[in-house]
Structures are given as C-alpha cells and as structure tokens.
Design a protein around this ligand. Structure first.
Ligand SMILES: Nc1nc2c(c(=O)[nH]1)N[C@H]1C(S)=C(S)[C@@H](COP(=O)(O)OP(=O)(O)OC[C@H]3O[C@@H](n4cnc5c(=O)[nH]c(N)nc54)[C@H](O)[C@@H]3O)O[C@H]1N2
Ligand SMILES: Nc1nc2c(c(=O)[nH]1)N[C@H]1C(S)=C(S)[C@@H](COP(=O)(O)OP(=O)(O)OC[C@H]3O[C@@H](n4cnc5c(=O)[nH]c(N)nc54)[C@H](O)[C@@H]3O)O[C@H]1N2
Ligand SMILES: [Mo]
Length: 921
C-alpha cells in the first residue's frame, strides 16, 4: 500500500493507507481534542461533535480530523488560531448544556479532561432544556443532562456489540438517546454488556455504583490492576478498579480475545468475592452433624454443621483422612475433582497430587460434563483436543455454522464477533432446536428436532458426497477413512433424514452446498452437540464435514468447540483427566509415562482412572470412600442429583475447597476456604488456546488462602516432597513435560500478557490457526469416522410426554454459587424459572409467573414458568443454576460410551400446573 506524504503543522509526515489526520497526528505526539471519536477501542469515526476540527490550507471550511484522511501534499494545521478557536467554540457550546463540573455526574470524565485541556470549563451561552435521568437499571445510570449526542453509545450498542437497543430519537435540540422504543433502560431489551458506559465520554452513562443518590460521582479507585474475567472461556482481559481493598468496577482491556469488550458478568458480576457468605476460616464438621443427602444447605445460615478451625488442624484432619483411606483401603478408594475455574498451575498440581499422593488416575473435572465427547472425537480424528482457529476467525469466514451453542448468552463477547461478521455479509447458519438471539442475525436457523444432530449432519454429508462437493485434493492429501464414509453415508439421504430431524430435505441440501462451496467455512459448537449419549458421534460428523470439504487449516475455516469455563482448556491440557497425563499423554503408554515418572520421581498407575459420573457410581458401590473436591459443585452440576448427593453423603471422608459452603461442601468433613479468581496470580488458557496471565488484584479475605498453597499443603501432609515457591515455579515445571507450552515462559507472559500455543519460537507470536498442513496424528492425516443415528436414551412417552432440555441464562454461572451472590446479576435474574412455548403454556393452562411441577423418572421440582417463543413446542428449557429448583434432580445420567458425558440435553419430563397453595409452601 502506498503511503501518503503531507504536511502537519509545518512538518512533513506520512500517512498509512486509510489513516486519518487524527491518527497521524497522534503518532506524532499531538492529541487533537475529540469527544465523539474513540480511538481506543477503535470505533468507526462519525465526525459529529466537531471537537477535532483542523484547518486545511486552501479549504474554506474546517475538517473533522477524526474522519478526514489526508491527500498528497495537503497542508494541515491543528494548532492554527482558526482551528483552536473552532475547537474551543465547540467545547463552549457543549459546556453550556452540561451540569457544572463540581456537580456533574463525572467530573473526571473524558469531557471534562478535554474542557480543561482546551481551557474552556465555563460557557457564555444559555443552557438548553435537558431530558431527565433514568435509574431503572440495577447496574447503569442514565443522565441525559450530560449527554452531548455524540452517538458513541449508539455505535457501541449497534456496531460493536450488535445488541441494537440504543438509538437516537427525536430531532435537533430535542434529540436524545433511547432504549428500544424509549423504554426505561431497566425495562428494555438491554443485556447490560456496559459497552455504552465504557464508551460514554461525559458520564451520561455510568455504572451506578460510582454515584450517590444525586447522581454525582463519589467513588474513585485507589488503584487498578490488569487481570482477566473469571467466567467463561472467551478469556476477556479486564482492568479491575480497587478501593479500600474491594473491587468496585471492571473495565474491558484491549486483550487479543476481547478488544475492550465485556459482557454483563465480566463487567458487573465480580462482587461475589465480597459476599458475606465468603468462607474466611477453615471449617470442620461437628461430630453430631450427620450426613444426609436430603439435608440441604440453608443459604441464610450456611455454616450450621461446622465449626471453625485453625489451618493446622483443618489441613491435618483433611490429609489424615485421605491417608487413612489410601493406606487401609488402597489407592483406588480415593478420587479427586480439580477445577476449571482455577489456574493451569493449580490444575497441574491437583492432578499431580492425585497421581502421586493418592496413587491413581481417579482425577477428573467438569470437562467430563462439558466437551468430553467433543474432545474424544477430536482426539480420535485429529489427535488434538483444542480448537483449530480462534473464534475471531469468523471475521474471515464466508459461512459460519453455530450448532448446539448459544453464544450471545454463554460466550457473549465471542458472539459480538459472529454478529460483526454477519453484518459484514458472512452467511450465519444457526442449528439449534431452540431459537436464540443469534437467529435474528442468521441467514438460516434450522430448528431441528432435539437429539437428531447425526441425522441432520449425515444428510449434509450425503449431499456433499453425492453432489461432488468434496475437496478431493484435500481428502487425498490430508485425510483417511473417506471411502468408508462414502459407503456408509448412503444410508442417510436427506429425503430419509427429513423425517428424523424435521428439516426439509431441500433445506438440508442447500445448507450443505453453501457450507461446502464457500471460500471459507467455520463451525462453532457447544453443549447441544456434546451433552448427548451420542455426543461423540455428533462431533465426528462435524469433523467429517470439515475434512471432506477441506474447510479447516486456512483463514476463516475451522473447527471451534466453544470452551466453557475460563480455564477448561488449560485444566484439560494440564492433565485433570483420568485417561491422560498432561498434554493428553495416555496413562497406559509406558514410553509416554516415563518422562513424568522421571520428573516426579515415582512410578505411576498405568490404568485409566474413573470419570465424574463413574466416581459417583463407585461411591455407591462402596469402592470409593474418600474424595478431595476443589472448585467444583457436583451436588448441583452432576446429572441425577439425588444419586450424586447420596454418594457425597456416603463418603467416609470428603474435603472440599471452595469460596462458599456450596451444596457440595455441605456434605464435607473439612471445608478449606480458598482464593477467588481476583485473589490469585496464575495462567489461564482460553478457548482460542491463548495462555493468559491473571494477576492478584486483592488479598483473599480473612484467613482464606491461595488454592495453590492449600493443594501443596495437602500434598506435603500426604508425604510428597513439595516445595513450590508460587505459580511461576509450577509453570516452569509444567513446561518441562508439556510440549504445548514450548517457547512460553512465565517471563514472556509477564511481558506479553497472552501467548497462543503452539509457539515455534521464543520471539514469534503463537500459531492462531493450526492443521495448516495435516494433523498431529501418526499418519499425519485426519481420520474421518462415520456415525450412526442413535436416538436419545429416554424418549418421551405417555407418562412423561415432553422433552426436558437444560442449559444456561446470561446472568448466571452454572450452579449459581458465584452469580447468585453477585448483586447486579442476582437482581436481574433473581428467581428460578423454566421456559416454555406459549402454546404449551396454554395447553397446561398456566400463565407466565405461575408455578409448574416438572417431574422425570428421577425427581421433581416446582418452578416459575416463563413464556418463550424461542422454545419449540413440547420442550421445557431449564437453567441448572437454581438450588431451590435444581434442574439436575431431573436429568438423565445415561452416558456417551466414548466421552462418558451425560445426556443433559434430553430426557422425558411431565409438566403440570401447581395449585397455588402448594407453590406457596
Ligand atoms: N451465562 C453463562 N455463560 C456460560 C456458562 C454459564 O453457566 N452461564 N457456562 C460456560 C460453560 S462451562 C459452557 S460449557 C458453555 C456452554 O455454552 P453452550 O454450549 O452455548 O450452552 P448450553 O446453553 O448448555 O447449550 C447450547 C444450546 O444447545 C441447544 N440444544 C439442546 N438440545 C440440542 C440438540 O439436541 N442438538 C443441538 N445441536 N443443540 C441442542 C440448546 O437449545 C442451547 O441453545 O457456556 C459457558 N458460558
Ligand atoms: N443440567 C445440566 N447440568 C450441567 C450442564 C448443563 O448444561 N445442564 N453443564 C455441565 C457443564 S458444561 C459444566 S462445565 C458443569 C460445571 O459444573 P461445576 O464446575 O461443578 O460448576 P460451577 O458452578 O462452575 O462450580 C465451580 C465451583 O468452584 C467455586 N470456585 C470458583 N472460583 C474458585 C476458585 O478460584 N477456587 C476454588 N477453590 N473454588 C472456586 C465456585 O464457588 C463453585 O462452587 O456443569 C455441568 N452440568
Ligand atoms: Mo462447561
């Protein structure tokens, strides 16, 4: 691209292609006033506020430098008398309409900083009449008297996050920003991502926590710390503002995954760490407190059954109980659940504790309930468990398939990129029995029958193969197993699959053609694919789609299972899996086990351990009697909770390490108070394979301690010669046995913040796109594995006629332990709800807000019902975050044979209206 030479304030300068005058000036250390323009994050310039006017020689009118690009030989003056006078005049006109700085909503805003810099903080002009404020939202305040109609919030809402809630209404002096149809913000469809608040230059939109009742800013941070968001696998980088050792606000940073964007949880969901229920002292079970699966923790009084203890005492009891079982009953009588909410270092140390201290491979974590089946299929086909390309690759794609995932709810910041891509013209295809917010941006939404993914995807493969839409060169060069697929797929013509999946054959063909023919197609998937007894088969079909069409390994193509927890990728890589040592080395392979035995100075168990649900079954069978659970809440997250809770209550010895007395901790013998995300340093690996550094923002409360320290203390007391000096030390050990971390050092992470693996060179960035030339399998080829159509385990019948599907809501995290203690999130979604189609509600004669009873073969709950047109007929959708109506009392524990994942997404349920008195009980 050619560069453009021009003159800036008498100096010869060069502009890159597309660069604006403002940007060139900035590069030359000149900052021109700007209000409606946001260089960081880089929003589309609009040029409406006119604060950035500059003089261009030979032009009669001044130009907005934020928008204007220079041409060759142009002479620009940013500091001429005319330019400065214009900049000042703009400011003076705007100041006239603002509340005075002392009483303004944010005297520290960008607006007042610029007013000060251009020396115009007072105005000769009369103030216009202003719109009233709006405090209807629990997290954000709207004060329109400070609004300068710069439109940044509109761009934030429409162009960046693509939520389309904020608009500019009315004209001229009466113009104002509105939410939806001029609704109060709190009643609008706003999803509280807060992008507008972060963008607003004047304090017209502000986080309510900073304001007093007069809407004047009273809160200023003492300091700020750069870290990450604790919630999902997107891995947003965040700056936390701290006052009096409390986190008061979170802002998005320009991380590689989020580029300043956040969602409601990341921005407003951090205060669970300050909740009065936080554990601040080790707790030991009272001798007379019997364990009873039917006894539930009382949220108002969570500490009954326990007494406080010193760390010495608690750790001794915790470790001695484990040692006793190990020595008396054998190493297989113990098991451990590590955490995908913890760091890589914690995960690594936890699995090392189980493998060397407990003595077996009975270690697992929530990945088993999550993408275990996807990983089983990916390992089988590609010998890799990670994504082939980052989610932002969607921006380079022509066709984007989102199947069995609901990213605007579960990966909201990743979803913004999918929406950006769709706006730019990419064809978005959403495949989900339920409609969702993304459907509105989609070229097609295929609302197929739940549990019929294989039928639908096989029909697509059938079309691709019979119509010759395969990439023969790719198949020949990089794959194996195609001929078998071609043979087997004959059984699955679209015309036949139509009846099973409910999508017309013509639509299936059309979608198949579009996916196969496009220059670049990418597939994103989630729990709708993985959480089935045929989850591995579902994922096999997606892999086959990519391999037969060569839609992988190039920009804009790929396979991306959207990883859930903030560190589920890292925890899996670090070996929190019963069949794999770190970096997916099978425990049974003597040659691959050896390096670990050498490094850890110990022989290791060559037999695969038990998985999450298998461990619960083994407890019932009397085979496992002791457990250590760190940062998981199986008494809410496992399927068939009654069974799981009975297992937890049956244990002779249970050690739980958490932030709260969770439903799981309630059954513990010892509870160890741990550090929350914001209270520790460590590395976390996001869904894109980015290893990112989190920094300790504040100290853990009271006597709560670092997870890493606690795991180490348990290890020492079980006889391990451990002496780690902190996370950097553990990370360094990990790099010795984990080739995935080659060329990533702690120092590099401190310097760069994030590095994507695999990395070829200490000085080069990591590889965002992998499988560019084949796969890390023995043959170097990707294996295509055909899948048969298997129906879900429990089909609706006369007794249980509807389908129960479970999942998530935007504001809550899994078992609710964190988000139901986050004040803003709990205010937005305060009570247990199930979602149903208006038609089914009419059939059951229930109104929104009525209680319904949901009953399956395993249990029953009563819950409020909400009408939702996105839910198909004959389905109930329920989030599993509500302890008072726990969805998992209902779910089916039947497992996928390969990934051992339960069928959370499908079981048979009966729904009925609850008589009023029963609901009130
Ligand atoms: N707000 C919030 N965000 C989260 C989480 C949270 O708890 N709360 N959890 C995180 C974690 S760990 C994970 S794993 C991710 C999960 O993120 P997602 O995978 O998006 O999660 P779900 O909502 O469980 O399920 C996704 C979709 O599967 C659809 N589905 C149901 N049955 C079928 C089917 O038979 N076939 C297909 N194809 N689809 C079906 C559902 O309608 C639903 O829209 O979210 C992460 N993000
Ligand atoms: N019905 C149904 N059930 C499901 C699913 C579904 O879609 N439907 N999805 C499944 C999926 S995908 C997943 S990933 C699992 C999630 O299942 P879990 O991992 O059991 O759920 P979380 O609520 O995330 O549990 C995390 C626990 O760690 C604690 N914690 C948070 N931070 C820290 C920390 O830094 N240190 C320590 N020590 N503790 C911490 C929290 O308080 C909480 O108790 O649920 C599964 N269960
Ligand atoms: Mo998950």
């Amino acid at each position: 691209m050619t560069k453009i030479q021009f003159e800036l304030d008498g100096q010869q300068v060069e502009a890159n292609a597309g660069e604006t005058i403002w940007q060139v000036a900035k590069r030359h250390q000149k900052e021109i006033p700007h209000l409606c323009y946001s260089p960081e994050p880089d929003y589309r310039p609009d040029g409406n506020c006119r604060a950035c006017m500059v003089e261009i020689e030979g032009e009669r009118v001044l130009a907005a430098s934020c928008k204007r690009t220079p041409s060759v030989g142009m002479k620009v003056k940013t500091e001429s008398a005319r330019a400065v006078a214009a900049q000042k005049m703009v400011m003076e006109l705007l100041v006239a309409d603002q509340p005075a700085r002392e009483t303004s909503h944010d005297p520290d805003s960008k607006f007042w900083h610029w007013a000060e810099k251009v020396e115009v903080t007072e105005s000769r002009f009369p103030a216009a009449e202003r719109w009233a404020g709006d405090t209807s939202h629990p997290a954000m305040s709207v004060n329109l008297d400070a609004c300068i109609q710069c439109g940044l919030c509109v761009r934030a809402c429409r162009e960046v996050q693509v939520n389309d809630v904020i608009g500019m209404a009315y004209r001229n002096a009466g113009a104002k920003i509105v939410f939806d149809f001029d609704d109060p913000m709190g009643e609008s469809t706003c999803v509280a991502c807060g992008e507008c608040v972060q963008a607003c230059p004047t304090g017209a939109l502000m986080p309510s926590v900073m304001l007093d009742e007069k809407q004047t800013r009273v809160t200023y941070a003492d300091r700020q710390v750069d870290s990450l968001c604790p919630f999902c696998g997107v891995g947003c980088q965040v700056t936390y503002q701290v006052k009096d050792e409390k986190v008061i606000y979170a802002e998005g940073r320009d991380g590689p995954a989020n580029h300043n964007r956040l969602c409601v949880k990341g921005r407003f969901g951090f205060d669970y760490i300050h909740h009065p229920h936080r554990l601040t002292k080790p707790l030991v079970r009272l001798p007379n407190a019997k364990k009873d699966a039917n006894d539930q923790v009382d949220p108002a009084n969570p500490f009954t059954h326990f007494r406080e203890a010193s760390w010495e005492e608690a750790l001794d009891i915790a470790a001695k109980g484990l040692v006793k079982i190990r020595d008396e009953k054998g190493v297989k009588a113990l098991a451990g659940f590590g955490s995908a909410k913890g760091s890589n270092e914690e995960a690594y140390l936890f699995q090392k504790l189980v493998r060397t201290g407990f003595g077996s491979n009975n270690v697992d974590h929530c990945t088993r309930l999550c993408h275990a089946s996807s990983v089983a299929a990916l390992m089988e086909g590609l010998n890799s468990g990670a994504v082939s390309a980052p989610f932002a690759a969607a921006m380079d794609a022509e066709v984007i398939i989102v199947i069995g995932a609901n990213p605007t709810v579960n990966h909201p910041v990743a979803a913004t990129y999918l929406k950006n891509a769709a706006k730019r013209g990419a064809k978005l295809i959403v495949m989900d029995p339920r409609k969702q917010a993304l459907s509105r941006h989609a070229w097609k939404h295929l609302a197929f029958k739940p549990g019929s993914d294989v039928a639908m995807l096989n029909a697509m493969l059938h079309t691709i193969i019979t119509e010759g839409l395969t990439d023969q060169q790719y198949i020949a060069g990089y794959t194996e197993g195609f001929d078998e697929l071609a043979e087997r797929i004959k059984e699955f013509p679209p015309e036949k699959m139509e009846a099973i999946c409910g999508i017309p054959a013509e639509t299936l063909k059309e979608v198949a053609r579009v996916y196969a023919r496009s220059r670049a197609s990418i597939i994103f998937w989630g729990m709708g694919i993985s959480q089935h007894i045929h989850g591995t088969d579902n994922a096999r079909c997606l892999i086959a789609l990519a391999l037969t069409t060569g839609q992988v390994g190039r920009p804009g193509t790929g396979l991306h299972p959207l990883r859930g927890q903030n560190n589920v990728q890292g925890a899996s890589d670090a070996g929190l899996i019963p069949m794999f040592l770190p970096d997916y080395q099978p425990v049974g392979r003597t040659d691959l086990r050896e390096p670990f035995e050498k490094l850890w100075h110990q022989d290791l168990d060559p037999v695969r351990g038990l998985t999450v649900v298998e461990i619960m079954n083994a407890i019932h069978a009397g085979e496992i009697t002791g457990m250590y659970i760190e940062g998981e809440n199986p008494a809410m997250s496992d399927p068939d909770l009654q069974h799981a809770r009975e297992a937890l209550a049956m244990l002779d010895h249970l050690v739980v390490q958490d932030l709260f007395v969770t439903e799981t901790a309630f059954h513990a013998d010892v509870i160890l108070p741990a550090s929350a995300f914001a209270e520790k340093s460590g590395t976390f690996t996001n869904t894109d394979r980015r290893v990112q550094l989190a920094r300790e923002v504040i100290r853990p409360p009271g006597d709560a301690r670092q997870d890493l320290w606690i795991i180490q203390e348990i290890g020492k007391r079980m006889g391990l010669p451990w002496n780690y000096n902190g996370p950097a030390d553990v990370f360094t050990e990990m790099t010795q046995v984990m080739p995935s971390l080659n060329n990533i050092t702690w120092e590099r992470l401190v310097r760069e913040g994030a590095v994507t693996y695999p990395v070829d060179d200490p000085n080069k960035p990591g590889n965002e796109i992998i499988f560019t030339t084949g796969f890390p399998t023995e043959s170097g080829r990707g294996k295509i594995v055909p899948a048969k159509v298997v129906p879900p385990d429990e089909i609706p019948d006369a007794e249980y006629p509807m389908v129960l599907s479970t999942g998530r809501v935007l504001e809550h995290w899994h078992t609710g332990s964190m988000t139901r203690r986050a004040s803003v999130l709990d205010q937005i979604e305060p009570e247990a709800v199930a979602f149903m189609s208006p038609k089914d509600m009419r059939r059951l004669s229930v109104w929104p807000g009525d209680f319904i009873k949901l009953e399956t073969r395993r249990g029953a709950v009563e819950v409020k019902v909400r009408s939702d047109r996105d839910v198909p007929e004959n389905m109930v959708f329920m989030p599993f975050c509500y302890a008072e109506a726990a969805a998992n009392l209902l779910t089916n524990p039947a497992l996928d044979p390969f990934g051992k994942i339960p069928e959370f997404k499908f079981c048979a349920v009966r729904a009925e209206k609850v008589a009023l008195q029963s609901a009130a009980e």
